[in-house]
Design a protein around this ligand. Structure first.
Ligand code: ADP
Length: 485
């Protein structure tokens, strides 16, 4: 019955929505994280650019101030100017160190280190010149001037290069960021499209998993309305619908069974009513046509047949009423403790005339002390009459019937054994169902309704007992029942 999934509807829906929620959350988280990264990276880059430009400005100013003080000192040898040079030189070095520690690319670091070396060279040149001046020595003024100007120019050029490089670097980085942003956007869009398609497929799968078995059931219901009761619903479905399908199959089985019973009932009725009614009609016609001229003996025989057929009809109607009342639970049982022996003896005495006509011997064996059993005497007598009646019916002339009873655990067992036709294994399995009769040739020749054993089973079941048959074809049968004490 069940197929791929044992997941119930609630689990499927919750699971599906959870998967969709996880996917959409992942897409959103991915987009947020990427956006944040870009934001941080661009802020950092712009900040870095601003700071580098600021340092470049400060370094240029500090350098130009140094040049100014240094030039004035060379002219005036005023110590205050020399000290101003040292102070601005220290500022220059401090700015330079700060810029080096902040720099995040090896090229910028190298450029700044270059400027630092040039500055050391420049400062050394000036200090040497200042020493000469303090000692009032003659020195190569022009050479110092030219060398200092060269280093200062180099430094200024390197600072300009630095500024250009930083600008270019920022541009490149923004380009890189834009490309990465476009890639991230593509990924996010792809993820969103995937989750949308996946969501649609998932939703369609879940819906189909629920609606498909329902559609099959709808189709099956239509078949039932056309009288096709086969229980063939084999669905791959959630457990709740699986349960429904199982109940549906059960209903189909029951409907099919009822349908078969209805057909059995009609065929039985057609046969069992038509045969006696035809006999009765034929008998009446015979009496009418030959009124007065029919000999007494023949008239009596016809009347006997009419009475027998009427009795058969009354018996059939009574049995049908009895069984339907029992099935509807409308029969109350008059239960009281009693012994089985007198009932068996009564049933045997009643059947004796029939048995002697067929030259069948009927024996009664009883073993052990017969315990009291709780029973409705009339109803149990009805069961005994049916079992003995069948035994006589299905045992050929000269046969033997033995009735025996023995105490069993918790009650009493009664056996009716005959040396009759016997019953096949398949028939044994169904003869307690109503309208069911054995199908062999011997049985087909003997008239019956298939109601007696069904009634007997109802009666014994109502007593809390059990009824069964043991038989082999051509070897006779033993019908037995157990009643609790
Ligand atoms: P009926 O005898 O009226 O057909 P029952 O319900 O009493 O109805 O019996 C059902 C069927 O069981 C009979 O038609 C017969 O085929 C089979 N059956 C019952 N008792 C015997 C028996 N002692 N020997 C052989 N067949 C039997």
């Amino acid at each position: 019955m069940t197929g791929y999934s044992k997941l119930n509807v609630i689990t499927r829906l919750t699971g599906g929505f959870l998967v969709l929620l996880i996917i959409t959350t992942s897409v959103s988280v991915y987009a947020i994280v990427k956006l944040n990264e870009f934001n941080k990276a661009s802020t950092h880059m712009l900040d870095m650019g601003d700071r580098m430009t600021g340092y470049k400005e400060r370094l240029s100013n500090a350098l130009l101030s140094q040049v100014l003080y240094e030039k004035k000192y060379v002219i005036s040898t005023d110590n205050t100017l020399y000290n101003h040079f040292l102070a601005t030189s220290e500022d220059f070095v401090r700015y330079l160190d700060e810029a080096i520690s902040m720099a995040d690319t090896p090229v910028v670091k190298e450029m700044l280190a270059n400027i630092k070396n040039q500055h050391i060279e420049y400062k050394t040149l000036f200090e040497e010149e200042a020493r000469h001046l303090r000692l009032h020595k003659t020195y190569r003024t022009g050479w110092y001037k030219a060398e200092k100007e060269k280093t200062v120019e180099n430094m200024l050029e390197e600072l300009n290069n630095l500024e250009l490089y930083v600008e270019e670097d920022i541009k490149n980085r923004i380009k890189g960021l834009t490309e990465a942003g476009a890639r991230a956007l593509k990924t996010a869009v792809a993820m969103a499209i995937f989750s949308l398609i996946f969501g649609i497929i998932l939703a369609a799968g879940i819906t189909r998993g629920i609606t498909k078995p329902l559609a099959i059931m709808k189709r099956k219901t239509r078949e039932i309305s056309r009288g096709i009761f086969e229980s063939s619903l084999n669905l791959s479905s959630p457990p709740e619908i699986g349960e429904l399908a199982r109940a549906f199959n059960l209903m189909c089985d029951r409907l099919g069974e009822m349908d078969r019973m209805k057909s059995d009932f009609f065929s039985l009725m057609a046969h069992e009513l038509r045969t006696p009614l035809s006999s009765i009609k034929a008998g009446i016609t015979l009496l009418e046509k030959n009124e007065g001229c029919l000999e007494e003996q023949r008239k009596e025989r016809v009347l006997a047949i009419l009475s027998e057929e009427c009795n058969r009809l009354i018996g059939l109607v009574n049995s049908l009423l009895d069984l339907s009342k029992m099935e509807a639970g409308m029969v109350s049982f008059d239960l009281a403790p009693g012994t089985m022996r007198p009932l068996i003896e009564k049933a045997i005495a009643e059947i004796e005339p029939l048995a002697s006509v067929k030259k069948i011997s009927v024996e009664f064996n009883t073993t052990g002390q017969s315990p009291f059993v709780i029973m409705d005497n009339e109803r149990i007598l009805q069961v005994l009459r049916n079992l003995l009646g069948n035994a006589i019916k299905f045992t050929p002339e000269g046969g033997r019937i033995t009735v025996s009873s023995r105490p069993a655990e918790g009650g009493l067992e009664v056996f009716v054994t005959d040396s009759g036709s016997g019953i096949s294994e398949e028939d044994c399995a169904v003869i307690f169902d109503k309208y069911k009769q054995a199908t062999t040739e011997v049985h087909a020749r003997i008239r019956g309704t298939g109601l007696g054993l069904a009634i007997a089973k109802h009666v014994v079941d109502a007593h809390g007992g059990r009824i069964w048959v043991e038989s082999k074809q051509e070897k006779g049968s033993t019908f037995a029942f157990f009643l609790p004490a």
